[in-house]
Design a protein around this ligand. Structure first.
Ligand code: SF4
Length: 332
């Protein structure tokens, strides 16, 4: 039986050295086989993780995969709320995340107690929460959405039904603009998507006048206005693969470029930079905490494991399952 060292607990990940000469990807795949483990990776993780994973997708696809897997262990290459969602959907499975510090600025911008007070202050409203929230925030929600299904789920409510949307003010405001709704918005945001530079995007558009601009709806309004396509990572990927255009300016976390380039090797994908950096891409520092070495050690020692309070999980599963049911009905 492995003893979890205090130094690991303090750090939130295992920092054991990797045995010399080991091929990490091969060793990881071998352990997955031996332990009946499945690796789910988000498009925003580094390319080497996407290549070693059993499945790569956006938040909706990852939740759907977790709900359907018959593996004993789910290892989430993504951030904490994604692993929590898996644990809520699969309470009997062990859910591992390679680094407990991999949180999410958007989820953290919506503390559950403050959101619950906001909901209480607006009686008669139905509550829609983006999947980028903690289990405790989901527990005070009527239905969860992702950027793949937010529009359709909002439109599934009668037009005169007052709605609260949290936590992303940019996504909420975009959905209000395309549906004609007037949802009350929680004032949260993702630090990665908020920092794209309009100026740099305009410069790139001049440099590549035929390029299509692909924008994630977590970006601010002035960026969204410059888009040819606004959509979830999965929708942007699909558009890029099937479009006649051969050059794209990509305005979302730059990890998605790995799959775009893989699926459309003859096309050119240019990451749009943030306004506060001289480097060319905009990476999520939380997603980048997950590395191949940490995945190896996590599988080896089966730690860190994600737990969700059973009472919270009982309340949070209802809005998640509602999202999955509506998505299934809509063929998403
Ligand atoms: S890119 Fe933004 S929303 Fe996505 S995990 Fe990172 S901080 Fe959260």
């Amino acid at each position: 039986m492995t003893t979890i060292k205090d130094s690991w607990k303090n750090k939130g990940y295992i920092d054991e050295p990797i045995p010399e000469g080991i091929d990490l990807a091969t060793a990881i795949r071998q352990m997955c086989k031996e332990k009946n483990a499945v690796i789910l990776a988000h498009y925003y993780t580094e390319g080497a993780l996407q290549d070693v994973a059993d499945f790569v997708g956006d938040s909706l696809a990852l939740a759907q995969k977790a709900a359907a897997t018959d593996a004993d262990i789910i290892l989430m290459c993504g951030v904490h709320f994604m692993a929590e969602t898996d644990k809520i959907l699969c309470p009997d499975k062990r859910v591992l995340i390679p680094d407990l510090n991999a949180t999410c600025s958007l989820a953290e911008s919506c503390p559950a107690d403050e959101f619950a007070a906001f909901v209480k202050a607006h009686p008669g409203h139905k509550v829609i929460s983006y999947v980028n929230t903690s289990a405790a925030t989901k527990a005070v929600t009527d239905v969860v959405v992702t950027s793949s299904n937010a529009r359709q789920i909002v439109e599934s409510f009668p037009k005169d039904q007052p709605l609260i949307f949290g936590p992303d003010r940019n996504l909420g405001s975009y959905i209000n603009s395309i549906t004609g709704r007037d949802m009350l918005l929680w004032n949260g945001a993702c630090h990665v998507h908020e920092r794209f530079s309009v100026e740099k995007l305009v410069d790139l558009k001049k440099q590549y006048p035929t390029a299509k601009v692909l924008v994630h709806p977590e970006c601010k309004g002035p960026i969204v206005k410059l888009a040819d396509v606004v959509g979830s990572t999965a929708a942007l990927l699909k558009f890029a693969i099937h479009s006649d255009c051969d050059t794209f300016l990509v305005v979302t976390e730059s990890g998605i470029l790995h799959e775009m380039q893989k699926q459309a090797p003859d096309k050119t994908f240019i990451p749009v930079p943030p306004d506060d950096s001289t480097c060319g891409c905009n990476e999520c520092n939380f997603m980048r905490l997950i590395t191949l070495a940490k995945v190896y050690n996590t599988l080896r020692y089966e730690w860190p494991e994600v737990q969700v309070d059973p009472e919270v999980a009982k309340a949070a599963i209802r809005p998640i399952e509602r999202m999955l049911d509506i998505s299934k009905q809509l063929g998403l």
